[in-house]
Design a protein around this ligand. Structure first.
Ligand SMILES: Cc1ncc(COP(=O)(O)O)c(C=O)c1O
Length: 374
């Protein structure tokens, strides 16, 4: 049987990984500044993570959500402490798209409305409502286009107001820092006005932290820099450090009822064990502090690059913008210098999304390679 050929592949087969490095089947070492698309948070195969998952599977790996699972409760409490999102409620699922899908569905249940506002260049996943709220017609199938989504420019508060005042919109969904779209971020003023408008018109504000959450920006969530209180926060990627897990944090004003949301695999024992160990390591190893320090160092090094137009993003969710497409540069970094980096919808942006454990010496290695190639 052949694989359904939807991924353009780099000709590399990683078989082993350790912290910021992956190794292919010939034993060649690669520096991972891509984190498998912002997924690796505490480093590949962190010993505490390996122990937590191995130990859990020996006890119980899965049982359905029809019975108590004390690990879910432990996870909710730990997440509340570390994220500082007090009194939010946790619902667990399995991926970023699923988190956004549940968030949009909940907003529709809660408000009784069905339209969505999303932003130009947004990416929210590939499932029904999530893909409809994604600004990329190439991945929206006819079956998805029945969802009613208005796209507005990030920062255009007047456009949001004009739509929300019609009182048909159940949710505004927002990446505070856009990931795939190219690291754009609006101002605190815009995010605060947006939050007020949502309250005024009984529209829920969903903040998509699938990529930016779990410490990647140096804050636990990227929205926290803007001092807003979203109705729903969605998360995935760094949450499981590679174990497929997603979730949503739900404001206490939104009340649950039986069967409103549900999932077979969501919140299973293994997923909880993986996420708990991620939170423990983020805390014990002060990884958010490390993100800030290494990010400052990165920005300092980047400022010495004359060929660079701009550095976008925050923490370890960064984009280097050039005035040429980065496809060949990215390939050279990978095949010649053995460094993984990422790309964006904007073809001139090289994305940097390393494990949060990365050190200054790894940044030095990257800039040495970049200098050679430029
Ligand atoms: C901001 C954001 N939201 C949602 C998703 C979808 O996540 P998943 O691929 O886990 O469904 C992504 C994936 O890249 C993302 O970057």
């Amino acid at each position: 049987m052949s694989l359904f050929n939807v991924y353009p592949l780099f000709d590399i087969t990683p078989v082993i990984a350790n912290n910021v490095y992956v190794y292919d089947k010939k034993g060649i070492q690669y520096l991972d500044l891509y984190g498998g698309h912002a997924v690796i948070s505490i480093g590949h195969s962190h010993p505490k993570y390996v122990f937590a998952i191995s130990n859990q599977i020996k006890q119980i790996g899965f049982y359905s959500n029809a019975v108590h699972n004390s690990l879910q409760v432990e996870l909710a409490n730990k997440l509340e402490d570390i994220s500082n999102c007090k009194d939010y409620q946790l619902f667990l699922c399995n991926s970023g798209a699923e988190a956004n899908e549940n968030a949009l569905k909940l907003a529709s249940f809660h408000t009784g409305k069905k339209k969505v506002v999303a932003f130009k260049n947004a990416f929210h996943g590939r499932t029904s409502a999530a893909v409809a709220a994604t600004d990329n017609p190439k991945i929206v199938a006819p079956i998805n286009s029945q969802q009613e989504v208005d796209f507005v420019g990030l920062g255009d508060i007047k456009a949001v107001d004009a739509i929300l005042k019609k009182k048909e919109t159940c949710a505004v969904i927002l990446e505070c820092i856009q990931g795939v779209g190219g690291l754009d971020e609006s101002t605190t003023k815009f995010y605060q006005e947006l939050s007020l408008l949502c309250k005024k018109y009984n529209t829920l504000l969903i903040v998509d932290e699938v990529q930016s959450g779990f410490g990647r920006t140096g804050d636990f969530f990227a929205f926290q820099k803007h001092n807003i209180q979203p109705d729903i926060i969605t998360m995935a990627k760094g949450m499981g450090n590679g174990f497929p897990v997603g979730g949503i944090l739900i404001h206490p004003n939104i009340k649950p009822s039986f069967c409103l949301l549900g999932s077979t695999f969501g919140g299973n024992h293994l997923a909880c064990a993986a996420t708990l160990s991620v939170l423990n390591v983020i805390n014990e190893e002060r990884l958010m502090q490390n993100v800030k320090e290494v990010s400052d160092y990165f920005l300092e090094k980047a400022s010495a690059l004359p060929q660079l137009k701009k550095v976008k993003g925050r923490g370890l969710m960064l984009g280097l913008e050039f005035d040429f497409p980065i496809t060949s540069l990215r390939k050279a970094l990978l095949y010649k210098h053995k460094i993984f980096t990422g790309s964006a919808k904007n073809a001139n942006i090289l994305r940097i999304l390393p494990p949060l454990t990365i050190q200054k010496m790894h940044i030095d290695k990257f800039f040495e390679a970049l200098h050679k190639e430029l």
